[in-house]
Ligand binder design. Sequence first.
Ligand code: MV4
Length: 458
Amino acid sequence: MGIKTVAVYSTVDRNAPHVKFADEAVCIGEPPANQSYLLGSKIIEVAKELNVDGIHPGYGFLSENADFAEAVENNGLIFIGPKSKAIRVMGSKLAAKEAVKNHNIPMVPGIDEAITDIKKAKVIAKEIGFPILIKASAGGGGKGMRVVEQENDLESQMNRAISEATSAFGDGSVFIEKYVTSPRHIEIQVMADSHGNILHFFERECSIQRRHQKVIEEAPSTILTPKLREEMGIAATKVAKACDYLGAGTVEFLMDTDHKFYFLEMNTRLQVEHPVSELISGVDLVELQIRIARGEALKIKQEDLEIKGHALELRVYAEDPLNDFLPSVGNLETYKLPKGEGVRVDNGFEEGMDVPIYYDPMLSKLITYGKTREEAIQLMLKAIGDYHIEGVKTTLPFGKFVFEHEAFCTGQFDTHFVKNYYSPEILKDKINEEAKIAAIIALKKYREDQKTLRIPTP
Ligand code: MV4
């Protein structure tokens, strides 16, 4: 786009690719995020010093911090994202429910107020019907969430949820929803400009998660019909409208086994998994974010958008899938990326770099794009094989496990996939089985070579 860029970085990231790619780079502090990447006022200070026009908050860190967005606006800079008010509303699950409730958007049966009175909670739970789910209004990452199977457990679970929410978020508000037992996580990418236009860029399916951390995402979802897709797209657009949204956002839904969908929450940032939407729609979402932030109107019409092909994303983490996915930090002694048609790697590391302990240990996102889902899966398996990493353990073998799994390949999975199908033992057995095959092939090759070279055997 011809825009000059300034990167900010902490001392431990001084050699990171984003620092090299940027036209200028400024060190903003020490490695711990609260001494660098979370220092909003320091970042704004640097931006003003360098006459920056706008700040792209990325994902994570300050990207959904309403106070930061507001401070950026108040300092005469452009926050490339929604207005602070929309961030604030969607940051509270109860405020979000309140904002969308009169807009005819399907919601999980439940209440839209904080509840503290156990007697009232019992009445409501019986009305909704067990199992129910207690959720924290300020929640995220599953914190403060409690499934309750029967009335007897309600009081203790509610107290636990309240104390967990209080200590994690400083806000003990909890509410009750019907528990959808085997849902799929389907989210809609939306984009709103400052002229009243709102588009959606179809869905992403993110049901393959572990402990509320997404590992694999894809677009489109194998279970949406064109009719459901249109209904969910319209619902997502209504959510965006209800909070006067601007820029890129994601509206999350749960889909139950009867293919009924329910609005869950809205993420007011560009998400990690946005590349799969870019590939199937052919639109550069970051470019659109910047155009919208400049005040341009969306030129595309909803009718012009169509899904072409199928995209998959594997998050490559420096975590050990054989050891409870514990972070495996260290030096990237070997680090060779796969490449080729239909392969995209959004990467943050280079050979020889250390993986720092201070941040989420995501090394890259491995993304493949094919005409069909089968083609994208085959490209992914090939790309995993061509990705050479030594020095740290990664989620690549876990990805291979999923992309070869029948439940994944047939599209028959839900948010319990990892719990239902994965164990380190299965992966270990698979790795050993493959090592045995490799040894047999090596032996066969060795014997053939012996024949052609006519090496006399003693
Ligand atoms: C639910 C649910 C079932 N029923 N709500 C998890 C985090 C937060 N974003 C919402 N979550 C859930 N809400 C009702 N009423 C199940 C989950 C859930 C989940 C959702 C999407 C993807 C993975 C998940 C893993 C566990 C629980």
